[in-house]
Write a protein that binds this ligand. Structure first.
Ligand code: ADP
Length: 443
């Protein structure tokens, strides 16, 4: 300010002096007035330049120079820079925020007050098949067309979830999404989606399992109750009583077998993997199974019919690390199945083998009816049977292969099934190398 007044005074003095020289005192007064005009002119020009620049700082060059206008330009520029920095930081925060939502395992869709899509993450794209660019500002109800969603949309937003069919849902390959709508801001809505296919499948399996177990137990119970009623209400001969009791014993044995298999399965599911410290003798393990299998074979195919041929291979040159009881149960299930499903005159070969990579397997091959390829993937499901009555007649519970598969997996191995319709089957319990030990030296 002082500089401005000083410049004005110097200019006025100079022009007054020149004016005085030129025309005396009137000339001096004109000089003073002219100095004032010159300074006002310069000020107006600089002011206009400043306003032009302030209106659009990018388009016109920044006015240079000091004084009042230079100071104003400097301050405005500083304020502008601070604003730009703030805007950059806000944009960066928004980017980070969107990246965090992008990383969410759930689908996230931001909807405006009209229900149009403002933004969605990649998971939402996968869940609903949206196109993040093309579907921007499309109404969500036009894109998610399930009636259940329409009803949910029409209701007031709250925390309730609605389950919808996801993209790619097909018969036998269901995809389920759980969707929630939450209100936020000024009428906006947040749509969250979660893939609940695995949960829905587990729930369906649990329901099927309970229904199957109930059915399996109800049948022998009904038979038992019928016999009890008959014995209570009718006079029976000794032979009839004996026959009824035999049939009742068979039904209760069936229930016992079922309960015992169910307990085995639940024990397998609830306990930690078998230790590597316990050594199992595979020869002793097979000896028990062999005695049981020969007994079962003699019962199902008496010698006067066409007996089965059961061949047990030589003792293996290795020991195993695992749970003896579990391995025996798995082996017995495979061997007994071969005996039960192979007709009289058939042959069953059981042997321990070393496989490549240090693994070992127990293979049970039969010349039975074989299994059509479409059944193979489902064979180890609980209660999955090809022929229900055949399985029951021979004392099956429908859980044998489920148990064998579980045991194999708990030991780090697998259950392999190789079968062709009409050409017999081979079931192999494969154990990994870390479960195979050198045989203990004979004492
Ligand atoms: P089950 O108690 O009915 O035998 P499993 O789980 O042991 O139950 O076996 C499931 C089904 O697999 C059986 O019902 C049978 O249809 C089929 N199966 C199992 N082993 C054999 C085999 N060796 N040959 C032919 N079919 C078999």
């Amino acid at each position: 300010m002082a500089l401005r007044i000083f410049s004005l005074l110097v200019l006025q003095a100079a022009l007054a002096w020149l004016g005085h020289h030129w025309r005396g005192w009137p000339g001096a007064a004109a000089g003073v007035a002219l100095a004032g005009l010159v300074l006002v002119g310069i000020d107006t020009w600089r002011g206009r330049r400043f306003m032009r620049w302030a209106a659009d700082p990018q388009a016109s060059p920044q006015p240079v120079g000091g004084g009042l206008w230079g100071e104003a330009a400097y301050r405005l520029r500083r304020a502008l820079r601070a604003e730009q920095q703030k805007a950059r930081e806000a944009a960066q925060r928004l980017d980070e925020f969107l990246a965090a939502i992008q990383a969410s395992p759930n689908g996230v869709v931001l909807l405006d007050a009209e229900g149009r899509i403002e933004w969605c993450n990649d998971i939402a794209v996968q869940h609903f098949g949206f196109d993040a660019e093309r579907d921007r500002l499309q109404h969500v109800a036009n894109l998610v067309r399930e009636p259940a969603f329409a009803a949910h949309w029409a209701a007031q937003p709250d925390d309730r979830e609605v389950t919808l069919m996801g993209r790619g849902d097909a018969p036998g390959r269901p995809v389920r999404l759980s969707v929630q709508l939450h209100a936020y801001g000024d009428g906006h809505r947040l749509m969250l989606s979660r893939d609940v296919t695995a949960l829905a499948q587990a729930e369906a399996m649990r329901r099927d399992f309970v229904a199957n177990v109930s059915h399996e137990i109800r049948t022998p119970l009904t038979v038992l109750a019928g016999f009890i009623e008959t014995m209570q209400s009718l006079p029976l001969t000794e032979a009839e009583r004996a026959s009824h009791l035999r049939l009742m014993a068979a039904q209760s044995a069936r229930m016992q077998a079922l309960v015992s298999d169910l307990l085995t399965l639940s024990r397998l599911e609830g306990s930690p993997a078998p230790s590597l410290a316990e050594t199992v003798d595979p020869t002793a393990l097979l000896a028990q199974c062999e005695a049981e299998a020969r007994g079962l074979s003699a019962l199902l195919h008496p010698a006067q019919e066409r007996p089965q041929t059961l061949v047990f291979g030589p003792a293996p040159d290795f020991a195993l690390a695992g749970a003896a009881g579990e391995l025996r149960s798995a082996a017995a299930n495979l061997i007994n199945n071969a005996v039960r499903y192979t007709p009289g005159g058939g042959r069953i070969d059981v042997r321990w083998q070393r496989l490549e990579g240090g693994r070992a397997s127990l293979s049970v091959a039969d010349t039975g009816p074989g299994i059509a390829p479409e059944h193979l993937p489902r064979l180890t499901e609980r209660f999955y049977r090809l022929d229900r009555s055949r399985s029951r007649e021979s004392g099956g519970t429908g859980l044998g292969l489920a148990i064998a598969k579980h045991v194999a997996q708990r030991h780090g191995g697998e259950l392999r099934i190789d079968s062709r319709l009409g050409q017999g089957s081979t079931f192999s319990l494969v154990l990994p190398a870390q479960r195979v030990r050198p045989a203990p030296a004979p004492t």
